[in-house]
Design a protein around this ligand. Structure first.
Ligand SMILES: [Cu+2]
Length: 129
């Protein structure tokens, strides 16, 4: 093998290794303990109003409204979504910090809108190395 071929070969192996690493990180994200939580919005509440998840474990929120147009805003994780009747809006994120966070409805939905809040509780994931 001459030098030029050796370099080409090394680059190819590098590229392939890079691809397999991407594949591995994707596989790691598809954890079997992924948390799926359905939240139903209605005037003037979220049901459930408290969601408990684990830090570092991906969460999918399925948001749907029972009556009118609402909003979902979880500012601490820079998340927001429209919540409409008959449409399941999915937002996926990985909670990277533990604690107690408030989410709100950010679409005015009538008297009582201000009280339309909920709590996201993120617990330390002790199983994770
Ligand atoms: Cu509202």
């Amino acid at each position: 093998m001459n030098m030029k071929r050796l370099i080409t070969y090394t680059m190819m192996v590098g590229a392939l290794t890079g691809i397999s690493m991407v594949g591995r990180s994707t596989a790691r994200e598809m954890r079997t303990d992924e948390q799926v939580v359905r939240i139903t919005a209605s005037t003037f509440q979220f049901q459930p109003s408290t969601i408990t998840v684990k830090k570092g474990v991906p969460v999918t929120l399925e948001l749907v409204s029972e009556d009118r147009h609402h909003g979902f805003k979880l500012a601490d994780f820079h998340l927001r979504a429209e919540v409409k009747p008959g449409v399941v809006e999915r937002i996926r994120f990985v909670p990277d910090k533990a604690g107690k966070f408030t989410f709100i409805c950010d679409v005015f939905c009538g008297d009582g809108h201000e009280d339309m809040t909920g709590t996201l509780l993120v617990l330390e994931d002790s199983i994770r190395p």
